[in-house]
Design a protein around this ligand. Structure first.
Ligand SMILES: Nc1ncnc2c1ncn2[C@@H]1O[C@H](COP(=O)(O)OP(=O)(O)OP(=O)(O)O)[C@@H](O)[C@H]1O
Length: 301
């Protein structure tokens, strides 16, 4: 069952160029979906369209199996969101902030202490939100979004501006929400390293196009396909000459030689050739591309 599906979502601002082209997102119920892309890729625009904050121009959006356009109110009741800067009242405490929104959402008052505990702000008492750290403000904003007990929570770069501790706390909070409350999460980020510890699924957007979508494991399996070999030699110039003469795709970079993946037998043969040519071999090691390199490769290809 899908919580969210977009079909050929495209968008263009009046200033001209297409900022989104045929975005087909599929977010399964219960997933933690990381929506990843460099700055300006189109993440916020996509999320704003999904939430009806921008007028849809092309394509369709389906949430919980229902067309967004025809079921807007019903759908938005089931979705919580935090897009861009947190909107909390600085002169009010966490509890008072929540009380304001509880009236707007018309949800039970019992939700207030519950979400406060959930985001770890249960003991902030009368302290005003203006005195909160950025991480606390961010968690309070999430508490506001959680008040109506949404099935789907959409967060735009929730760790922006947080220190490493704040990032860890946020990650733990989101995992807990997903695990204990079954909340489906759609979380955007421009940092793979930050999101890979959180998500089950990933969509990678670049220049308005979705260039990868699948499970984190599917992305990781690309690691196996992108192995390369690093060679450290005493005389890298001589080693390069020998390898190129041998028609190998060797590349000299950062003080070492980079070669495409090869079998153990091929590695041994290369080693023999180098040594018998009088070139000292310090190291030959296979390197698995980390996820960050896969991301960069995807974005650059
Ligand atoms: N209101 C607007 N008018 C014109 N262009 C816009 C508007 N909002 C966004 N854009 C442009 O659309 C493109 C996508 O922006 P968007 O904010 O969706 O990217 P993003 O992936 O969320 O990036 P960031 O992480 O920097 O916010 C950018 O080129 C941006 O300059």
């Amino acid at each position: 069952m899908l919580s969210l599906e977009t079909h050929n979502l495209s968008h263009r601002f009046s200033s001209g160029q297409d900022v989104l082209r045929n975005i087909n997102l599929t977010v399964e119920q219960g997933a933690i979906y990381g929506f990843l892309g460099p700055n300006g890729a189109g993440k916020t625009t996509t999320l704003r369209l999904i939430l009806g904050l921008l007028k849809r121009q092309e394509g369709s959006i389906t949430l919980f199996g229902k067309a967004f356009d025809k079921n807007r109110i019903d759908i938005l009741r089931r979705v919580g969101s935090l897009i861009e800067s947190p909107s909390v009242y600085g002169h009010l405490s966490a509890k008072e902030n929540l009380a304001v929104f509880q009236k707007v959402y018309q949800c039970p008052t019992a939700h207030i202490p519950h979400v406060l505990d959930l985001v770890g702000l249960g003991d902030t008492g009368r302290k005003r939100a203006s005195q909160f750290s950025l991480g606390m403000k961010q968690r309070l904003s999430i508490a506001l979004a959680l008040l109506p007990a949404p099935e789907l929570l959409i967060l735009d770069e929730p760790t922006n501006g947080l220190d490493p501790n704040g990032i860890i706390e946020m990650r733990e909070l989101l995992k807990r929400l997903n695990r204990e409350h079954g909340t489906t999460l759609l979380v955007s980020s421009h940092l793979l390293a930050e999101i890979e510890k959180l998500v089950t699924h990933l969509g990678i957007i670049h220049q308005g196009e979705l260039i990868f979508q699948g499970t984190l494991n599917a992305l990781k399996s690309k690691q196996q396909q992108t192995l390369h070999i690093v060679l450290e030699a005493g005389d890298p110039r001589a080693a390069m000459r020998l390898l190129l003469d041998d028609h190998m795709e060797a590349l000299y970079t950062d003080g070492h030689i980079r070669l495409p993946a090869m079998t153990k037998t091929e590695i041994a043969a290369m080693n023999r050739k180098l040594v018998s040519a009088g070139i000292e071999v310090y190291a030959i090691r296979p390197v698995k591309n980390d996820l960050e390199s896969i991301f960069i490769d995807l974005v650059n290809s």
